[in-house]
Design a protein around this ligand. Sequence first.
Ligand SMILES: N[C@@H](CCC(=O)N[C@@H](CS)C(=O)NCC(=O)O)C(=O)O
Length: 226
Amino acid sequence: MAKDMTLLWGSGSAPCWRVMIALEEKNLQGYNHKLLSFDKKEHKSQEVLDINPRGQLPSFKHGDNIVNDSYAACFYLESQFKSQGNALIPDSPAEQALMYQRMFEGLVFYEKLNAVIYYKWFVPEEERHDSALTRNKEALATELKLWEGYLKKLGSGSYLAGKSFSLADVTVFPTVAYLFRFGLSAERYPVLGEYYALLKDRPSIKASWPPHWLENTKGQDTLKEI
Ligand SMILES: N[C@@H](CCC(=O)N[C@@H](CS)C(=O)NCC(=O)O)C(=O)O
């Protein structure tokens, strides 16, 4: 079944990682995949543009069905392979509501993280201001406190939507892993630290860990003071 799937991806891209975790969770190992280089601008190659006119990764195809957006691909995989691998949408209405809520808040979380760690990448030199970066850091700190609170309320050992691992974890975990890769202090954010420790060795996550993070295990300290 996975043989008729193709994923074009980039190492360390959180959106790509979401799809890879979902594929692992649904036991779809064996899909075709190709690691492309952002540095070499391979995401703008014809091979990508043929699937994804935005020239972005992930680009994903199942048979003739193209589902490029990472959230869309995760929902698609869960719905097409409902009874295969791990169920990723909880049955309980309360957990389901929380899952959807956290998934979409996760996009805001991801944006706020990027606005700090990729500030120099996104903003041309002549448009950069220390005050803007400081504001972005403050916004990230506020966001981090929200997520600490969300997890704390659920209790130790919980996933983002409650007792079971769900699409909320599939989509938000890569953001959390980025936080720690970029030096977030687990002492300052102990609940997020515990959540990260709970998930980092999960088989689907280990199997899809960004290869360049494995090659260079030392991250950065951009978020040390946040
Ligand atoms: N909404 C898309 C975003 C995908 C995305 O932003 N991919 C980035 C890499 S993380 C990319 O390809 N950027 C290159 C570009 O936009 O030119 C998703 O979630 O899949």
